[in-house]
Write a protein of this length. Structure first.
Length: 126
């Protein structure tokens, strides 16, 4: 099955040579998102909780453009600038998955682009 790159009007314009979303074989891969307001294209400043909530809202918008929702997410990866932020991000993230959350990995990275504190990518299934 060929790869598709569907339009996602709710998504943020990629900052590099990558697609916001690719789809193949019934799986939807959403590139890592950082805390950018899609309406303005501006950075959302604030603590890691504020950034995580903006990212999760953005992911919901992107998935919604494709007729999907949080319940369709099967795997997430969370990248943290500092693992000490894990409890806050975990609390925010958990609010989007009240039942049957997806599989997840969380890793601390040396730094994130633009000095962001958290980045989240998802895989969803149709």
């Amino acid at each position: 099955m060929p790869k598709l790159v569907p339009p996602v009007p709710s998504g943020v314009t990629p900052l590099g040579p990558y697609s916001t979303v690719t789809e193949a074989a019934g799986l939807v891969f959403v590139s890592g998102q950082v805390a950018i307001d899609p309406a303005t294209g501006s950075r959302v400043d604030g603590d890691v909780g504020v950034q995580a909530a903006r990212i999760m809202d953005n992911l919901g918008g992107i998935l919604g453009d494709l007729g999907l929702g949080y319940d369709d997410i099967v795997k997430t990866t969370i990248f943290l600038d500092d693992m000490a932020d894990f409890p806050v991000v975990n609390e925010v993230y958990g609010g989007y998955f009240p039942a049957a959350p997806p599989a997840r990995s969380t890793v601390e990275v040396g730094a994130l682009p633009g000095g962001f504190l958290v980045e989240i990518e998802v895989i969803a299934a149709r």
